[in-house]
Design a protein around this ligand. Structure first.
Ligand SMILES: Cc1cc2nc3c(=O)[nH]c(=O)nc-3n(C[C@H](O)[C@H](O)[C@H](O)COP(=O)(O)OP(=O)(O)OC[C@H]3O[C@@H](n4cnc5c(N)ncnc54)[C@H](O)[C@@H]3O)c2cc1C
Length: 243
């Protein structure tokens, strides 16, 4: 844990907003929906695509995307991909209703739809289920919404409620999503395509979208994590993915 992370963690413990676990529910073997409630949530100003930073113990903060925030009920919800024996996985496994949750934010991250769109598309993985829900809710009623979310076979059930195609991961992250994008029938007009999830997959999707003739300014790109680690994700974000 770096010095900066320790400082952030101390800030989360002392300055972060406090709320309580309202509900914690597995929606598939590796996907958990966490609902949080507290007076602090009533004061939040949230835009679809914003992130929060959750304190997952030992001063560690991790980014998550509220699916929705209901200030009147003081409730927000996130959908977490639980992988391996990570700090988030350990923290979630130990949580139960009424436990304290501390978080920072929300802060802006992914730009949601600014105006009514002729169509919108979304490509992502298990970490982007919350983002897909937030964006879908922000689209004007009736906006055509297409695309796919890639999961392990046993987690496909976690995306069944979204009107996006479920792509089952076979060997590596990304190829199934790229194949879907290459074959997708895109409605006419200047639609917007959101690309998120694993960083190298996002890079491959960006290439594929550009090759299909979708202009760069109609791609909203946000890698959420990288198989090659956080430094790799941040480097790609600063360089190739920005272009
Ligand atoms: C703006 C933003 C919003 C995000 N919103 C969400 C969200 O709503 N839901 C969500 O589930 N995630 C979301 N993420 C991704 C999440 O923050 C990372 O996956 C984070 O690393 C998870 O923390 P951890 O403690 O589980 O693993 P870490 O300890 O941070 O990761 C350890 C290693 O595991 C690998 N790893 C990280 N994440 C995954 C993964 N998902 N699958 C497989 N291997 C992984 C990496 O190689 C990493 O180096 C978001 C990320 C960003 C930047």
């Amino acid at each position: 844990v770096s010095f900066v992370e320790r400082i952030r963690g101390a800030a989360a413990r002392t300055l972060g907003r406090a709320a309580r676990v309202l509900e914690i529910r597995s929606i598939s073997p590796h996907v958990v929906r966490l609902r949080v409630q507290g007076a602090a949530v009533r004061r939040l100003v949230f835009a679809p695509g914003d992130k929060i930073k959750l304190h997952v113990g030992d001063g560690q903060l991790r980014s998550f995307t509220p699916t929705a925030v209901d200030p009147s009920a003081g409730v927000f919800e996130i959908v977490v991909h639980v992988h391996g024996d990570s700090p988030t996985a350990r923290w979630l496994a130990a949580r139960q209703a009424d436990d304290e949750v501390r978080f920072l934010g929300p802060a802006s991250s992914v730009q949601g739809p600014r105006a009514p769109l002729p169509w919108a598309a979304f490509y992502g993985d298990e970490t982007t289920i919350g983002l897909a829900e937030a964006l879908a809710a922000a689209l004007a009623d009736g906006t055509p919404w297409l695309g796919a979310i890639e999961t392990r076979p046993e987690d496909a059930i976690a995306v069944a409620h979204l009107s996006l195609r479920s792509v089952v991961r076979t060997e590596s992250h990304g190829p199934g999503l790229v194949a879907h994008l290459q074959g997708a029938t895109l409605p006419p007009g200047p639609g917007v395509v959101w690309l998120s999830g694993e960083a190298s997959s996002v890079l491959a999707l960006r290439e594929s979208a550009l090759a299909r003739g979708i202009p760069r300014d109609r791609l909203c790109i946000k890698p959420y994590w990288s198989l090659a680690g956080t430094a790799h994700r941040k480097r790609l974000e600063r360089t190739t993915l920005r272009a």
